[in-house]
Design a protein around this ligand. Structure first.
Ligand code: SF4
Length: 353
C-alpha cells in the first residue's frame, strides 16, 4: 500500500487490520487482526506468526514486515538509549528510550528526517530537512525501542522533526498505537510536542487525536522568540495564544509549555515575568528545561541559579512550573540534541540505494 502524499510504499507496521487484509490478500477478514496483533507484539517475521495457516506464512515470507533497521545504539548511565535507525531509502533518524526514576519507559519518536523549523538552539534544526516519515516508520521506531527492554508505556513525539507539519501520518501512527487489537496504548500516555504551528493546533482541537499537547514556548516576547524560533515569524505569540485558548476551550485539557533556558539569552527573571503575563488565563504546566549543550551553537547552559530563579518567578506569579530533569543527556538524546550521529543521511540519499 502506498502513502497518498509521498507515494512511498508503506510497510505492514503502518497498516490497520483492514488495510493488512487488502495489502496482504488475507482471508478471512480476522487474519488482518491477527497480523496486526503480531506486529504489536514485536514479531520479527511472518514466519513467527504461528496462528496463521502455514500456507499464508509461506506465501508472506517473501514480504518485508518492516522498512527500517537499527544501525547503531548508544546507552547511558541514566538508563537512556539512543538508536540510529536506517530507513529503506538510506536516510537515517534517531529515536530515544527514556527511563525515569520509577523505571517507567518512554519512547521519544521522530516524525521527520531532519526538521524544517530551524530553531536556533536545536541540533536537529541545524541539519536541514529531507522528508516526512510515514506512519510505518514512526511505529517501527517504537518497535525497535521495545525490543530493547519491553514495550514503553509512554510515547512522546518529541524527536527529530515537527510533528504537526506531518499531521496525517502522525494521526495514522496514533490510530495504530491506540488500537485495542494491537498496542492499545492510552491516549493520555501519548504526547505531541510542537514548536507552535497554530492552524494545526486548531485542527487537532477540532479533529483530534485527543492526546496530550506540549508546546515549545521558550520566550514570550515576539522579538526574542522570532530570533530563537523562526516559526514565530509565521505564527506569532498572539496567534499561538489564540490557538491554545481555542484548543483548551474545545478539549478542557491542561497544556504543557516547554521553556528551554539558555544562560544570558532567555533566562532572566524579566523573561520569566513576560512568560507569566503571556500565559494568563491558559491552564498550563511549564517545564523549565536547562538547555543541553550542542557543540557549534552559540549558547551556554544556564547556571543552576538562573534556571532556579526563572522557575521561582513563574511560581511566584501563580504558574505551575517545574524544572525538568535532563533525561537522555548522556546519549545526546535530550531535548534539542538529536542528530549527532547523523550526517550525510540527512542531507542526501546514497546514490545506489
Ligand atoms: S526544536 Fe523541534 S521544531 Fe525546532 S528545529 Fe528542533 S526538532 Fe525542529
Amino acid at each position: 500500500m502506498n502513502d497518498e502524499t509521498t507515494g512511498r510504499r508503506v510497510a505492514a507496521a503502518g497498516l490497520l487490520p483492514e488495510e493488512l487484509n487488502v495489502a496482504l490478500s488475507l482471508r478471512p477478514s480476522f487474519r488482518g487482526r491477527q497480523v496486526f496483533r503480531w506486529i504489536a507484539s514485536g514479531a520479527a517475521t511472518f514466519s513467527d506468526m504461528t496462528d496463521l495457516p502455514v500456507a499464508d506464512r509461506e506465501r508472506l515470507a517473501i514480504n518485508d514486515l518492516y522498512s527500517s533497521t537499527v544501525d547503531a545504539s548508544i546507552s547511558s548511565d541514566d538508563g537512556s538509549v539512543k538508536l540510529k535507525i536506517k530507513l529503506a531509502d538510506g536516510a537515517a533518524i534517531e529515536s530515544v528510550l527514556l527511563s525515569d526514576a520509577e523505571g517507567r519507559l518512554t519512547a521519544c519518536l521522530s516524525t521527520q528526517v531532519g526538521c524544517p523549523m530551524a530553531c536556533a538552539f536545536c541540533k536537529t534544526g541545524t541539519l536541514g530537512f529531507l522528508r516526512n516519515l510515514g506512519p510505518d516508520e514512526m511505529v517501527e521506531q517504537y518497535l525497535h525501542l521495545a525490543a530493547l527492554r519491553g514495550r514503553p508505556s509512554n510515547i512522546v513525539f518529541m524527536g527529530m522533526g515537527e510533528p504537526l507539519v506531518n499531521l496525517e501520518a502522525l494521526r495514522k501512527a496514533i490510530t495504530i498505537f491506540t488500537h485495542p487489537d494491537g498496542f492499545a496504548i492510552s491516549r493520555r500516555k501519548i504526547t505531541i510536542s510542537t514548536c507552535g504551528i497554530a492552524p494545526a493546533i486548531r485542527d487537532l482541537a477540532d479533529n483530534g487525536p485527543h492526546v496530550r499537547l506540549a508546546v515549545s514556548l521558550t520566550a514570550a516576547t515576539d522579538v526574542l522568540r522570532s530570533a530563537l524560533m523562526p516559526v514565530n515569524r509565521s505564527w506569532n505569540l498572539a496567534a499561538l495564544k489564540d490557538a491554545l485558548l481555542y484548543y483548551q476551550q474545545k478539549t478542557g485539557d491542561r497544556i504543557t509549555l516547554e521553556a528551554a533556558i539558555m544562560g544570558g539569552e532567555n533566562s532572566s527573571v524579566a523573561s520569566a515575568s513576560a512568560m507569566a503575563d503571556w500565559i494568563h488565563p491558559l491552564n498550563v504546566q511549564v517545564n523549565v528545561i536547562p538547555w543541553n549543550p550542542v557543540p557549534g551553537l552559540p549558547y551556554r547552559e544556564p547556571e543552576r541559579g538562573e534556571a532556579a530563579a526563572f522557575e521561582a518567578e513563574l511560581v511566584r506569579r501563580g504558574i505551575n512550573a517545574i524544572r525538568r530533569a535532563r533525561r537522555g543527556r548522556g546519549v545526546s538524546g535530550a531535548c534539542g540534541q538529536l542528530g549527532d550521529t547523523l550526517g550525510a543521511e540527512i542531507a542526501m540519499l546514497p546514490e545506489d540505494d
